[in-house]
Design a protein around this ligand. Structure first.
Ligand SMILES: Cc1cc2nc3c(=O)[nH]c(=O)nc-3n(C[C@H](O)[C@H](O)[C@H](O)COP(=O)(O)OP(=O)(O)OC[C@H]3O[C@@H](n4cnc5c(N)ncnc54)[C@H](O)[C@@H]3O)c2cc1C
Length: 346
């Protein structure tokens, strides 16, 4: 094993959380190295939905695939169209978002190494595998785990993950104009199926709590539901990933967790891009100023707990689940709540 160098801040994972953290630290004059195991930055199993009060206003419009002022929501009993003046949700290609965020971080002075997997973590150095070298050790002062729902940094901290969801996505060539949410409780429990239009592809997928359905059952139900919507996905390639919503904290002395590694995604909707970016920036602020209160994380966690309550109540009985989903959509229909109530933005 070779100990080659020291970097003040090492970030594992170049997803939205890691890149947001890197950009903020570098902008404030800190040395940052981001390690990404994939050969390119950005591609990720994801429907690419970003919300207006969350992320949409922070991303250049030219990057968006589409933006939607109307949302079509279906339950077992209701079929509604929610309309607002501003776009409620937009879609973005994750590779496009990743490239833009990586450029922003690099322009601020962060270094990013792709094709580099963090393999082992110790309290003061990590061991990485690069395409050219195995067992390279890099010492650090601060270690940031932005390595997603199966985070090795979280494992190093010995923090278990109990609340986790499964998302399955198909990217199908074609066009459609309606952004649709199907809260079919008979198929997905408190989860849902979606149809999210992008420019030349359509994201069709489903998300649900892992305690409710196995990944294999979710896929089966997704295929069945999609066929009913007129999409034969049997010849298409499914991609699946876990979404961690088991938040236990972000700050652990000189080790930090952001985004899915911290368990900040919603257990109800699976939304996780915005929490990843907000927590990435909050961790950077905490490193720059240890007295920083990070109230934005508290606000997201409050929202996340409300979402968890709905998931847990729904798991008690199918009738409770159906009642809750009908109730939520009735409130949307009567404009007592709006779509932003369901977003992770505080
Ligand atoms: C099917 C599906 C649909 C989804 N749709 C949406 C949506 O529409 N809107 C939304 O907001 N959220 C959505 N999500 C959730 C969203 O994708 C995640 O919450 C978000 O990507 C979390 O960002 P992150 O930066 O924390 O982690 P990630 O985006 O997972 O990034 C982690 C990075 O770390 C890298 N990495 C992991 N381990 C190592 C290692 N050992 N060494 C080096 N690098 C490593 C990975 O390669 C990856 O690039 C969806 C999720 C799924 C599964």
């Amino acid at each position: 094993m070779k100990t080659t160098n020291y970097i003040e801040n090492i970030i594992i994972g170049a997803g939205p959380g890691g890149l947001a953290c890197a950009a903020h630290l570098a902008r404030n004059g800190r040395k940052v190295l981001v390690l990404e195991r994939k050969d390119s930055i950005g591609p990720k199993v994801c429907a690419g939905g970003i919300t207006w009060s969350g992320l949409l206003r922070h991303v250049p419009e030219s990057l968006l695939e589409g933006s939607f002022c109307a949302q079509y929501v279906h339950t077992n009993l209701q079929h509604i169209r929610v309309h607002e003046q501003d776009p409620i949700i937009a879609t973005i290609n994750r590779a496009t978002l990743g490239k833009w965020m990586a450029k922003t971080a690099e322009n601020a002075g962060a270094a990013i190494l792709t094709g580099t997997r963090a393999h082992t973590i110790t309290p003061d150095h990590i061991i990485v595998f690069t395409p050219k070298e195995k067992n390279r050790a890099i010492a650090y002062t601060n270690l940031i785990g932005a390595d997603g729902s199966t985070s090795i940094v979280r494992k190093f901290l010995e923090i278990p993950v109990n609340n986790i969801g499964t998302g399955i996505n198909y990217m199908v060539a074609g066009h459609c104009s309606k952004m649709e949410w199907h809260l079919d409780t008979r198929l997905f429990g408190s989860g849902y199926g979606w149809i999210f239009p992008h420019k030349d592809v359509i994201s069709i997928g489903a998300f649900c709590d892992r305690h409710n359905l196995s990944a294999a059952d979710l896929k089966q139900r997704l295929l069945q539901w999609a066929a009913r919507q007129g999409y034969d996905l049997s010849g298409e390639k499914a991609k699946a990933a876990l979404v961690n919503s088991d938040f236990q904290g972000c700050f652990f002395n000189n080790t930090y967790l952001v985004g899915d590694a911290a368990g900040l995604a919603s257990g109800l909707t699976g939304e996780g891009i915005y929490p990843a970016i907000v927590s990435g920036e909050a961790v950077a602020k905490k490193i720059l100023d240890p007295g920083y209160a990070a109230l934005e994380i508290e606000a997201m966690v409050r929202k996340q707990r409300q979402h968890r309550t709905v998931v847990n109540l729904s798991a008690k009985h199918p009738l409770i689940c159906s009642f809750l989903m009908e109730w939520l959509v009735l409130l949307l229909r009567l404009k007592i709540i709006d779509f932003h109530t369901l977003e992770m933005a505080g």
